[in-house]
Design a protein around this ligand. Structure first.
Ligand SMILES: *Cc1c(COP(=O)(O)O)cnc(C)c1O
Length: 446
């Protein structure tokens, strides 16, 4: 293990025997959530104390392992801010929503969010090892009463069985890795029984909050269900401890590719140098940065939000300055439920026919000469194009490029442009049907 990944234990835990400390069940049952418990580890600020004493706050629970990573003398510690509430959480802001990604609206059955053509998000629990103050799913997470029933799980499985376009299932919650091992295994087994589900992914912060949960028993179980991918959630280099490094190593050795999703947050990681260090430490423990999220418009997270320009600045500081595979994709998860939208600096400066003008990370400006002769790819003779998987109603921009349709109009567009007029002699449907586009019958009709 690289020597600079350290291991910390708050002084209050000095006498806890190792076999207890390293037992995830001990960690779970000794989580801290009150002023009295937390003050044994670090002195609280007025704002934190006020939040912890108020009612109706999003759930607080912190593992002894994770709270030990906080510098008790620093009220601005980047780990502290992720898990200890302040009274800023109670401040409302413009555009704030309870369910900002409209996940519940896009759930055909409870806990199954089917937003993209070929993959679904499956919520399997509302419980986590520790609760993040900026949780995008705080409307249900942390509430044991909101958790999914056996009957709802069966509805999720039933939906998946009858939806053959789904080839990728992403398990999330809550945190799937806090489930009792038998229950998690049952979920994986039931998914594997569905032939069209090609890959299963897990989104989990357990390796970060409670790395001792990654036991040999767990990885032995998980690797029976390959191809299995896992994304963890690290926001700051201080979270990369010797214990997390070991947990990541175990998961990698079990053949599970690891990715990282982080959230850009004011006062935590809104700095190009922190982000570069994070990216480089992650790849040292064989975790590939995957997404950097713009903070969602969710209740309680207002004080963590940054301008989007901060994210662009960070991406500018990564591309070219570090290994390509250490660079996450910066995304805004569309408010109202449009999925993740990548945003990045502009590298293309201009173009003419057969030439594009580009700039690199250093400001070097070059041109790429395009071919003057190009035999266009022919979908009619391409086996992949002929057998392409349908994307029911979701082809979008690809559909425009494919010639499925020529335009996408806002709702009510046609009606508005009738202007309450009459059907008259100049109106003929055929006049605005683009030749060779749509109807799945290109060119033949020419
Ligand atoms: C993030 C997300 C996915 C997975 O998206 P990828 O870009 O494939 O990682 C799937 N469904 C929902 C609802 C999501 O929010």
């Amino acid at each position: 293990m690289p020597a600079d990944f350290t291991s910390r234990r708050a002084p209050v835990y000095a006498d806890v025997p190792d076999e207890k400390w390293n037992n995830w069940r001990w960690q779970l049952s000794h989580r801290l959530n009150s002023v009295e418990e937390i003050e044994k580890v670090l002195p609280l600020t007025e704002s934190e104390r006020k939040a912890l004493n108020s009612s109706g706050l999003f759930r607080v629970d912190i593992t002894p392992y994770y709270i030990s990573l906080i510098d008790p003398d620093d009220p601005d510690d980047p780990i502290r801010k992720q898990v200890i509430p302040t009274d800023k959480e109670m401040v409302p802001f413009t555009a704030m929503m309870e369910d900002s990604l409209a996940e519940d609206k896009h759930s055909p059955v409870p806990g199954l969010v089917h937003r993209y053509p070929d993959r679904v998000l499956m919520l399997v629990t509302t419980q986590c090892a520790t609760y993040c103050r900026y949780c995008t799913r705080s409307r249900i997470v942390g509430d044991p009463g909101a958790t999914f029933s056996q009957a709802e799980f069966e509805m999720q499985i039933e939906y998946l069985k009858h939806t053959p376009q789904v080839r990728d299932v992403l398990l999330s919650g809550g945190d799937p890795l806090v489930l009792a091992p038998k229950i998690l295994e049952k979920i994986l087994r039931r998914l594997r029984e569905i032939p069209h589900i090609e890959i299963v992914r897990i989104g989990s912060r357990v390796p970060v909050f409670m790395p001792m949960r990654v036991t040999d028993e767990l990885t032995d179980m998980l690797q029976k269900y390959h191809p299995l991918w896992l994304n963890i959630h690290v926001n700051h280099p201080n979270e990369i401890s010797a214990e997390l490094a070991e947990a990541a190593d175990k998961l990698s050795r079990a053949g599970i590719p690891l990715g990282n999703q982080s959230v850009l947050m004011a006062g935590i990681n809104d700095c190009p140098h922190i982000q570069r260090d994070l990216a480089q430490k992650l790849v040292r423990i064989r975790v590939r940065p995957y997404y950097l999220y713009q903070c969602d418009l969710v209740e309680g997270a207002g004080h963590f939000r940054t301008p989007v320009a901060k994210g662009i600045e960070i991406m500018e500081a990564l591309r070219g300055h570090t290994s390509g595979f250490a660079i996450p994709q910066y995304v805004i998860d569309a408010p109202g439920g449009g999925g993740k939208i990548p945003v990045m600096p502009n590298y293309m400066l201009s173009m003419s026919d057969h030439k594009i003008v580009l700039r690199n990370f250093e400001g070097y400006i070059t041109t790429y000469e395009e071919p003057t002769e190009y035999t266009s790819h022919d979908p009619k003779t391409c086996a992949y194009c002929q057998n392409k998987r349908p994307e029911p109603g979701q082809a979008g921009i690809t559909g425009l490029l494919d010639g499925e349709r020529m335009f996408i109009e806002p709702e009510g567009f046609e009606l508005l442009h009738e202007r309450g007029g009459v059907r008259h002699r100049l109106k003929d449907e055929h006049k605005w049907q683009p030749l060779g586009i749509g109807s799945g019958e290109p060119e033949e009709n020419l």
